[in-house]
Design a protein around this ligand. Structure first.
Ligand SMILES: Cc1cc2nc3c(=O)[nH]c(=O)nc-3n(C[C@H](O)[C@H](O)[C@H](O)COP(=O)(O)OP(=O)(O)OC[C@H]3O[C@@H](n4cnc5c(N)ncnc54)[C@H](O)[C@@H]3O)c2cc1C
Length: 470
């Protein structure tokens, strides 16, 4: 079966080498360093979002990405779909990305969390699924979901919790948006190899011989950030000894916008609703994206199963709530580790996204944290620019680090705690968490707070998260 849902966007997307360059390739190689205000290392979803957010405000940006654009938007590169929280959707809308992908964004209307698997034949647990579950409905937040500081008095009529969007679709939309951005020089493929960071200026040397001189370097180079290591910023890391199997699946029944998460002994199993598409014969296909946490030793064997056997394994874990389930397209796996940078700043350097924090996907929040980093950093930089301040000065960057530290650490703690609490099958723990689930379901104010937090609407929100321009 082939997935045709994204035929609007040609695989490979627009060339990253074309319109973003301010100077020709030959000229750049031989010449003096390219001068920029901001050098963003890493053109993943976080790096691209930051470049777009800053571009309309006179901040001259060099966005440097190791992979060519066609590779980043190829179906074989990243099979993940991301739960984009309501607050992150507001950011993507404010920076002009959302309109380019909204037709392929599936609203999340309900979330059902269950302590147990879907196998009705599971002898260990008659009935398979624990009777205790948490049910979040977007209707519970009617008139309540608007960010409190928005200044917009109109009640919001039950917006969705967020949206499920294929990462590939988000990347294509970001590439398209970048083409219209003034002040961005997108250099790809090129790897940032060495850095000279001091109190005055930052110099970045690229694999193709070019150099970029900037007031500030942003490490958006992911969880294995070389830039973070170069700056001597330490990390705390913890291996969950789990891998996530990820792929798109088709199922017989419609999902009605419900996201499911089952806590199984090997870790959480999520079924995330995607937009329907059509098969080669024009028939509607109901699709979801799975994030299936497993013992890494089993993963190669599971990935190698044929479609029917793989589908049967999914049904064993998820049940037949959506009818028969079969995989669609390539399967991927990701080792799961927690990573926290000990600080976000060094001389003329700041960390964003996974370079600063890599969390378990149990709550689908990693990219959302990165988007909030982007919203806060862009606001800090644009404010500094308006006041005539040096955007790379410690005074300016401290504001960003202080702003983001608490939110990021809170999510690190919550996702880490949930993962450890639920990734086991010890009877006393199961009883305690099932009772906890039942109680939590009844505590409406606590539940509402948890929903608003997952939507990215709690705390001191940056303007972009509130849907306001910078
Ligand atoms: C299984 C799984 C499911 C997930 N689901 C969700 C979800 O539902 N919702 C959610 O919010 N988050 C989710 N996440 C987390 C999310 O995918 C990440 O937080 C996000 O992709 C991080 O983006 P990034 O741009 O910071 O880093 P990356 O995507 O890692 O991008 C880094 C970029 O930097 C480039 N680079 C690296 N080094 C250099 C260099 N020296 N020079 C130039 N370029 C360089 C790389 O090529 C890459 O393109 C999930 C994660 C996993 C593993």
């Amino acid at each position: 079966m082939t997935d045709k849902s994204s035929s609007r966007y040609a695989p490979g997307g627009p060339s990253a080498e074309r319109p973003f360059h301010l100077v020709s390739e030959d000229a750049t190689r031989a010449a003096a360093p390219l001068q920029a205000d901001l050098a963003i290392i890493g053109g993943g979803m976080v790096g691209m979002s930051l470049a777009i957010a800053c571009s309309e405000h006179g901040i001259k940006t060099a966005l440097i990405e190791a992979e060519p654009a066609p590779a980043l938007t190829d179906r074989g590169y990243d099979g993940r779909s991301s739960a984009i929280a309501y607050g992150s959707q507001q950011v993507l809308k404010a920076i002009g990305v959302w309109d380019l992908l909204k037709d392929q964004a599936q609203p999340i209307l309900d979330i059902r969390v269950t302590d147990g698997g879907g196998d009705q034949r599971d002898a260990r647990r008659p009935g398979g699924v624990s009777p205790f579950f948490v049910h979040y409905s977007h209707r519970d937040l009617a008139g309540d979901a608007a960010p409190p500081q928005s200044g917009d008095a109109r009640p919001v009529d039950a917006p969705p919790f967020g949206y499920i969007v294929e990462n590939r679709v988000s990347r294509v939309a970001m590439f398209e948006r970048l083409q219209a951005c003034p002040n961005v020089t997108h250099i790809a493929p090129a790897t940032a190899l060495s850095f000279k960071l001091d109190a005055e200026r930052a110099l970045v040397s690229l694999s193709d011989g070019r150099q970029v001189e900037a007031a500030l370097v942003v490490a958006a180079d992911g969880r294995h950030s070389a830039l973070r290591g170069f700056a001597g910023i330490g990390i705390s890391e913890s291996d969950y000894r789990q891998s996530a199997i990820v792929c798109t699946v088709v199922h017989e029944k419609p999902h009605h916008g419900v996201a499911h998460e089952h806590f199984l002994p090997a870790g959480p199993f999520a079924m995330l609703p995607m937009t329907d598409d059509r098969d080669d014969d024009g028939r509607i296909r109901h699709r979801s994206s799975i994030v299936w946490t497993e013992d890494p030793r089993l993963v190669p064997m599971l990935l190698a199963l044929d479609d029917d056997a793989f589908g049967a394994e999914i049904e064993r874990r998820f049940g037949l709530t959506l009818g028969r389930v079969r995989p669609l397209g390539p399967r991927f796996s990701y080792p799961l580790k927690l990573l926290v940078a000990e600080k976000y700043l060094a001389d003329r350097l700041v960390l964003v996204g996974d370079a600063a924090h890599g969390i378990h996907p149990i709550a689908g929040q990693g990219f959302n944290l990165g988007v909030r980093d982007v919203a806060a950093l862009a606001e800090v930089l644009v404010d500094a620019r308006r006041l005539g301040q040096d955007i790379g000065s410690p005074l300016v960057l401290e504001r960003y680090a202080r702003w983001r530290r608490f939110d990021n650490l809170l999510l690190v703690g919550v996702t880490d705690g949930l993962t450890r609490l639920f990734s086991n099958d010890l009877p006393p723990l199961r009883l305690a968490r099932d009772l906890g689930f039942a109680l939590f379901n009844k505590l409406r104010p606590v539940k509402r707070l948890a929903m608003r937090h997952a939507m990215g609407l709690v705390g001191n929100l940056p303007k972009l998260v509130r849907g306001e321009p910078l």
